[in-house]
Write a protein that binds this ligand. Sequence first.
Ligand SMILES: O=C(O)CCC(=O)C(=O)O
Length: 292
Amino acid sequence: MPLTYLASSTDAQTVANVLRREGAVAVTGLVAPELADRIAAELRPQLDANGLKSRGIFNNNLTNRYDGALQTAPSSAELIDHEMVLDVLDDILLPFASTYRISSLSAIEIMPGEQHQALHRDDTVYPIDIAGMELTVGAMWALSDFTEENGGTRVIPGSHRNLRSWHLPSLDSWENAVMPKGSVIFYLGSTWHGGGANRSNAPRMGLVNTYCLGWLRPESNMYLKVPPQVAARYSLQIRALLGYMPHGATDDLCGGFRGECEAWVETPPRASWRAERGQAATVEHAKSQGAG
Ligand SMILES: O=C(O)CCC(=O)C(=O)O
């Protein structure tokens, strides 16, 4: 199955429909290339100073990685809570949770000469497989042009249908995401994917943001990556995505849980997160009935 590419004018519902059906979908030119350049420049010092420290069997040896985008690259917030991304996440994740949150934020720069990263599923960090329930969604943004030669993300469309993580799809049916900088490829947590080999003579730069159901523990500890005093510089939406908000309940119910935290979000900022469900809805309903 070929990877589907959609134009940036496509509505989020269509993007989500293709993502659910095919396991991956690319949206080309969703943000301006200048924004991609700005974020890449903001990430540069950390990648130069620390990028290769995370080298290893999974991360490979010629790939720079940096997991603290919101620490030093404030412009990355525009990608992390991009309206199209959140609308797609609402559609895929909210049937199973009242919120979702950032699981990891990784700048990934694949240097010339790097080999393929092993194909994998992101949801294998959780020891469960439940038919039809996606636990995570990844959004990989191209901060440089992604090509076949430079290691545009490899993905196996349709591989999310292999329900159990030990059911291997045909691992040679992958294809590279080929898209200009400012584009994004979404893939489900159950979709097989990985970084590509870089056979070009220039680095391939991307920022991959993964999001998990609100009741799951994120892959990366966001309270350490983006501590309260840094998180407080960002919007309520970003703070809520970082986890500075209770899951599944309004502050009416959870008041007192927060301790002293300048980044705390009192009320779910996103209307879809306030939709009637669970305890939050119960409290609001009780109030509207004059109770309490
Ligand atoms: O670099 C890429 O294109 C994908 C990286 C990836 O899938 C990962 O590190 O989990």
